[in-house]
Design a protein around this ligand. Sequence first.
Ligand code: 13P
Length: 258
Amino acid sequence: MRSYIIAGNWKMYTTPVEAATLASAILEQHERLQPPHSVKTIICPPYTSLYAAREVIAGTRICLGAQNCHYENKGAFTGEVAPMMLKASGCSYVILGHSERRQYCGETNALVNKKIHGALRDGLIPIYCVGETLIERQNNQTLDIIRVQLVDGLKDVSLHSAEQLVIAYEPVWAIGTGLAATPSQAQEVHSAIRAILSEVWKEYGARVRILYGGSLKPENAEEIFTMPDVDGGLIGGASLQAESFGAILAVACHLAVQ
Ligand code: 13P
């Protein structure tokens, strides 16, 4: 049986009231689909909506994630949120290194590496995002860029922690553009990611879960999820509607039991 992770990145959308409504609608889809245990559903609301979403999904198999964190577990860091605080707020996952944070907040591989260590220290599972820009792809630099993001971003992460880690391949040119990677483009990079990780973590490279993200929708989920090295999706726009998120989840449920 194949296992899949279907994660929704709500980005900077939803007030607490809207988050509760969306989480309830997603929970309805989840209850209707009854995903097998090999399919995991994660929702990642903005910080201020974590509590509201958590209230709705408490006691269900839907997991909660955040979209960022600081690397320290407390301190004089105005405006920041510690991994330990997210853990105490019900999060099990945290998205780190998203291209929007790299692009708009100047996050580097070195900074994201510190955040990954901080998250792991405090018991959160990082969903580490990597991906190339359009220019980098056009210049045939995709795999070089991904290698640097993996090697620098995951520097000194232990074999034991690596077992937990989730990687998300999100080509920057596919995010929010409606232009998803083709299944073969995704597969090529996912298998390269596995090969690069195997150099560091040997056989664990084969087991690391790698999600695809970038204009995933119900119409393209099946062709992408059937690729051998794709273990699910990190979904932006389509995760803000319970129907489309549920339809993508349904694809994973269907493929998992085939
Ligand atoms: P879209 O699904 O809106 O393209 O966003 C993908 C993404 O950035 C998920 O983290």
